[in-house]
Design a protein around this ligand. Structure first.
Ligand code: HEC
Length: 141
């Protein structure tokens, strides 16, 4: 009985691999303009979920992980998309910068599940300071 259940589960898992979500990277239309050190931090720690330049890891091909990842990416882009940043008016930019610093200060972003697989995305104290100055509109150099 248990053997049969396992076989059925394995077959279902294999079939599921054919119905993975679509991995997208829409064109970059209005990428954020910022100092290089700011961009580097964002690219390393945020762009996988908040831009149209997502780097998809190999496990993003494996159902059901793929659905989980696509969910984070789609939701992340919906809230904040650096690839469309320069289309925002200055008021929206300012509000979003406040949100960004809030998330970073409270260690809400990058998402903790992401950091487990991307330890290089963890922000150091110095990187946080760069983010803080950028979000406050100060020159971070
Ligand atoms: C693994 C994917 C992922 C990464 C990496 C990530 N985010 Fe997010 N982010 C999300 C998701 C999903 C949401 C929306 C749900 C939520 O708020 O938890 C979000 C929401 C946000 C919001 C809230 C936007 C709003 O509308 O209020 C901000 C600000 C934000 N992220 C900033 C960042 C910054 C800055 C980084 C990098 C330091 C980052 N995120 C890295 C997935 C991610």
């Amino acid at each position: 009985m248990i053997k049969k259940i396992i076989i059925v589960l394995v077959v279902l898992f294999l079939i599921a691999q054919f119905i993975g979500p679509e991995k997208t990277n829409p064109p970059v239309t209005a990428d954020l303009i910022a100092d290089e050190n700011v961009k580097l931090i964002l690219k390393t720690s945020c762009y996988d979920c908040h831009s149209n330049e997502t780097v998809y890891p190999w496990y993003s091909d494996v159902v059901p992980v793929s659905y989980l990842l696509m969910n984070h990416i789609n939701e992340g882009r919906e809230h904040l998309n650096f690839s469309e940043w320069e289309n925002l008016d200055s008021l929206k930019k300012e509000k979003m910068l406040d949100e960004i610093w809030e998330e970073v200060e409270e260690n809400e972003m990058p998402m903790s599940s992401y950091l487990k697989l991307h330890p290089e995305a963890e922000l150091s104290a110095v990187q946080k300071e760069v983010m803080r100055n950028w979000a406050a509109g100060k020159n971070s150099n």
